[in-house]
Design a protein around this ligand. Structure first.
Ligand SMILES: Cc1cc2nc3c(=O)[nH]c(=O)nc-3n(C[C@H](O)[C@H](O)[C@H](O)COP(=O)(O)O)c2cc1C
Length: 217
């Protein structure tokens, strides 16, 4: 049975366009995999712990710094349980608004909590990082009000897609599909609704695509 983790990075609930796109993906995905087990994490209500000095100390202990003390071991166990929930999925769906050209800080916090050596990634000085996640794929749906490709830098730059895609690749997830709905405030109402319909069709098609990697469990 397939497991999908739906990561929600917008706090705007029923006003959110990225969640509308994500929900459309989920609807199509459930048609394709009717027995899918869906786990949803709303990053704004997940009570994520801070990634603080103890978390950082736990992380760098893997790189030869001081061994973890008892408090840091407890913090590390919590990080492992956050990772285990993430790692339980075969497929990921991220709904991500562009915030100040990048990802909302709650998503960055989640990424920092997940990015631990030994669970998410390894490192070889001679060859670099090794992603430890295998046979998984991800779809990310993105929204922006002003940013659109082809406009000048005065309208913003996309650090959102490169950041999340690179992080997924770093974790070992190479099968990544990105769908955008750009420039909702840059178009008139008719153009906006046409563009949104196009993005909705694109996300539904993305849900129906065949995995490049592992067959369905
Ligand atoms: C804090 C914040 C920062 C934003 N930064 C950008 C930005 O850099 N570029 C842009 O085009 N839109 C920006 N927006 C607009 C959102 O990307 C846009 O409204 C999007 O639809 C929000 O996604 P949502 O509807 O899923 O919440 C920002 C919105 C907020 C609330």
């Amino acid at each position: 049975m397939k497991k999908l983790l739906y990561v929600k990075a917008s706090p705007r609930s029923d006003k959110s366009i990225s969640l509308k796109l994500g929900d459309a993906y989920l609807g199509a995905y459930k048609e394709k995999y009717p027995d899918v087990q869906v786990d949803e994490i709303d990053l704004w209500h997940a009570n994520l712990p801070e990634f603080d000095g103890d978390s950082a100390a736990a992380k760098v202990s893997f790189f030869g710094e001081a061994a973890m003390n008892e408090k840091q071991k407890t913090v590390y166990e919590e990080l492992v349980s956050i990772f285990n929930r993430f790692n339980a999925a075969d497929d990921y769906l991220f709904a991500v608004p562009m915030w100040n050209f990048g990802v909302p800080y709650k998503l960055k916090q989640y990424i920092d909590l997940l990015s631990m050596p030994g669970t998410l990634f390894g490192f070889e000085p001679a060859t670099g990082y090794v992603g430890l996640l295998k046979n998984k794929r991800a779809t990310a749906v993105y929204t922006a009000a002003i940013y659109m490709p082809g406009l000048s830098k005065a309208y913003g730059t996309d650090h959102t897609t490169p950041y999340l895609t690179d992080w997924l690749n770093f974790a070992g997830i190479d099968d990544v599909t990105n769908v955008w709905f750009y420039g909702s405030k840059m178009r008139d109402a008719v153009e906006t609704s046409t563009a949104l319909e196009e993005s909705l069709s694109e996300v539904r098609a993305a849900a129906m695509r065949t995995s490049l990697l592992a067959p369905a469990k």
